[in-house]
Design a protein around this ligand. Sequence first.
Ligand code: ZN
Length: 65
Amino acid sequence: MSPIFPCKGCGTFIERSAQHYRRMSGQVLCSTCADARRESEARSRLHPLQRLLASLRQRLSGSGR
Ligand SMILES: [Zn+2]
């Protein structure tokens, strides 16, 4: 059984391995927060115009994945 940690983003209790906890140096995120953070990081790296294009493309493709 894996230990339970509070998510650093929203505080939801999530089950993660102790190995994962150590690898993330205690900054454990639930999958929702991890996704949101990855997305915002990817977006912040983009040029504003590329960001606009990406959001347009996502809207056109529907699901975005
Ligand atoms: Zn969270």
